[in-house]
Design a protein. Structure first.
Ligand SMILES: Nc1ncnc2c1ncn2[C@@H]1O[C@H](COP(=O)(O)OP(=O)(O)OP(=O)(O)O)[C@@H](O)[C@H]1O
Ligand SMILES: [Mg+2]
Length: 263
């Protein structure tokens, strides 16, 4: 489905009264938390025979097909250089496929113009391995920044900030600067920033890559909690141990080709 004819619009602000409280117990009967992360019907993410070739000729993905259902939690594993980050970049429109089609929330990415790419990105929270926090801004300011950029009102920003920081266990660090936090805490700020706008999709690229085992488990538990609230979560990781400990579906990318390992 193309959205090129959609008029430019501000994203609807989903309800956020108690968005992080009740877990989803019945997917057929949306809870308040599920409505906070609104999901259209059908497959959330779809790749059909997607090939990605970078400008220097490097073929990062070859005929990759993948369907991720809404509400799913999927691990993407594979060795360094296999194409995991490239896959995520295609999903949020940072890179374009050379062949095949990427569809996210019903939007065929090859059809999107710049305003629609911005609209797509408001539906996707992104967590980077290196956090990408603004060092001169506090934790609260780093998280609020996303909402300011989307023209949320001050009142709405205020309403969202504390529950989001509580979700990642950082309510007491709101006034700290990133340099005053541990790596695990910085990664949790980046998760808070990714979800404060209540996107239906969360992409996490090696979110535990720089963390020790305890912090890695803590981060994965937060991602699982978000998933239980209705967010579709894709996590790339090298960490086979972390993957083995979980029950989530797993795909592996090897030399640009995708294999389903589990689920
Ligand atoms: N901007 C780019 N220009 C050219 N080639 C690139 C670019 N980005 C990535 N590549 C190449 O594409 C391939 C896949 O890279 P990608 O970053 O997706 O791998 P990865 O699985 O995420 O690796 P890692 O686990 O080390 O993060 C690699 O061969 C890489 O060198
Ligand atoms: Mg990578």
């Amino acid at each position: 489905m193309s959205v090129t004819s959609d008029p430019p619009q501000r994203p609807p602000i989903p309800p956020f009264g108690q968005p992080f409280v009740p877990p989803v117990t019945d997917s057929a009967a949306p809870s308040r938390s599920a409505t906070a992360f609104q999901q259209p019907a059908g497959a959330c993410i779809q790749l059909e025979r997607v090939t990605k070739i970078y400008d220097n000729g490097c073929r990062a993905l070859l005929e990759v097909s993948l369907q991720v259902k809404r509400g799913e939690f999927l691990f993407v594993t594979g060795p360094s250089g296999s194409g995991k980050s490239t896959l995520l970049k295609l999903l949020y429109g940072e890179e374009q496929a050379a062949a095949g089609e990427v569809t996210v929330n019903g939007m065929a990415l090859s059809q999107l113009k710049r305003p629609q790419i911005a609209k797509l990105r408001r539906q996707i929270g992104i967590v980077f391995q290196d956090y990408k926090l603004i060092p001169s801004r506090t934790v609260a300011e780093n998280v609020a920044f996303v909402l300011q950029a989307q023209s949320f009102t001050r009142k709405e920003i205020h309403r969202r900030l504390l529950p989001t920081l509580k979700l990642v266990g950082l309510q007491d660090k709101a006034e700290c600067f990133p340099g005053e936090l541990s790596g695990g805490e910085q990664q949790r700020v980046s998760i808070a920033r990714a979800v404060v706008g209540t996107p239906p999709i969360l992409l996490a690229d090696e979110p535990t890559g720089n963390l020790d085992p305890d912090n890695s488990i803590q981060v994965i538990k937060i991602l699982q909690r978000l998933n239980a609230m209705g967010i579709t979560v894709l996590v790339t990781t090298h960490d086979e141990h972390l993957v083995r400990q979980s029950h989530h579906p797993v795909v592996q990318i090897r030399d640009g080709r995708l294999l389903r390992v589990r689920g």
